[in-house]
Ligand binder design. Structure first.
Ligand code: ATP
Ligand code: MG
Length: 355
């Protein structure tokens, strides 16, 4: 029997509630499969670790993760620690350390979910946003000079490499090719940002030649937000830079009904390192410790993890269990307008899987 080694990093806030819920569900699905098992190792990194050790994770922390088959992550964020420390000290350290350059964000309106666009049916909204996850606006290059003086200057350099753009573009075309509609929208801002974004456009034209069966178009990021609302069915797979896709995927999650549902995978497509799966929501300290967190975003991330591990049958079963549970309004958490608790949703998904 195959045993997958999984690192669990709950992190902060509701991450500490949704990751254990995800682990519970994964345990049940492994038992039901009778063909694979999970060996979980938990890491208590995040804001509490920072208060004790002055860093979000140990300096050699990546070594502890290197031999894992995958990572299940909760969230990093703490109202008492600056955001750039929580983000760069943990999540981005793992993403960049393991060169997880493709951030994949599926969005669909699940059964039973009341989505805000009244003219939009679930059939109209079935997207995957591919976010460049290793360079661009979040490359960390820049600096400040003359701090505190009227002449103070600060820069954040959006650095793009030809190799970096080519690999994410090729990944996106391949993903679009694997989906029924074979449709890709390349999102840039090449009218205003006339260097790196123009290189994106040129790269798209070049890589498209490798995928003659994929239909593709270009969209400016501002126009893309309007198109997502006005013509959702005209989109299928999208690829965008680190910052642009970050914004587009929050919009996408809201259009699909709640931030609490949306999943993501930080993927190393070459499989040199473990990939990391997490809900897209943050630490949500306002609801922390109250049992109100919606665990569906984490469960859907577990579906992506199972697919990545090659357990497609288990992935399909877990997605079916999630959809059966969202279809029942009694099992909606507060973010979906219901009164169900994290444990109710978790137990319902587990019961479906075991039954
Ligand atoms: P961070 O700073 O870590 O991003 P945040 O406080 O901005 O955290 P988010 O997680 O980004 O919080 O979400 C914004 C709001 O959406 C939260 O305040 C919370 O009320 C709601 N929310 C987010 N995720 C969930 C969830 N899984 N279940 C229920 N509500 C959620
Ligand atoms: Mg947030």
């Amino acid at each position: 029997m195959k045993t997958y080694r999984i690192a669990c990093i709950p992190g902060d806030g509701i991450g500490k509630e949704v990751v254990p819920a995800g682990r519970e569900v994964l345990d049940v699905i492994a038992k039901a499969s009778r063909s694979f098992a999970f060996d979980f190792t938990s890491f208590g990194w995040g804001g509490d670790w920072y208060r004790e050790h002055g860093e979000m994770m140990p300096a050699d922390g990546l070594n502890a993760l290197r031999d894992m088959d995958a990572i299940l992550f909760g969230s990093a964020g703490d109202p008492h620690i600056p955001d750039h420390i929580t983000l760069w000290g943990l999540r981005l350290k793992i993403c960049q350390g393991f060169d997880q350059y493709a951030n994949v964000r599926p969005t669909r309106i699940l059964p039973g979910i009341d989505a805000p666009l009244k003219r939009c049916t679930p059939a109209d909204l079935d997207w995957v946003i591919v976010r460049e996850n290793s360079e661009g606006e979040y490359s960390g290059i820049g600096g400040r000079a003359h701090a505190g003086h009227p002449i103070e200057v600060a820069t954040d350099v959006s650095m793009m490499t030809r190799a970096g753009v080519e690999r994410i573009m090729r990944f996106a075309f391949r993903l679009a090719q694997s989906r029924p509609r074979k449709l890709l929208t390349v999102v840039t801002k090449s009218n205003a940002q006339r260097h790196a974004m123009v290189m994106w456009d040129e790269t798209a034209v070049r890589i498209a030649q490798e995928f003659p069966d994929v239909k593709w178009d270009k969209e400016l990021v501002d126009a893309c937000t309007a198109r997502m609302v006005n013509r959702p069915a005209s989109l299928d797979t999208l690829v965008a830079t680190n910052l642009h896709a970050d914004i587009l995927s929050d919009l996408a999650a809201a259009l699909a009904g709640s931030l609490g549902i949306a999943p993501t995978g930080n993927i190393d497509p070459e499989r040199r390192y473990p990939s990391m799966f997490e809900p897209i929501h943050g630490s949500a300290f306002d609801i922390m410790g109250k049992g109100l967190a919606n665990p569906i975003g984490t469960f859907w991330s577990c579906v992506m993890m199972l697919e990545h591990l090659g357990e497609s049958e288990a992935a399909r079963k877990l997605m079916a269990a999630i959809e059966a549970v969202t279809a029942d309004a009694q099992l909606h958490t507060r973010d979906l307008g219901g009164t169900a608790r994290t444990t109710d949703v978790t137990q319902a998904v587990c019961a479906r899987l075991a039954g």
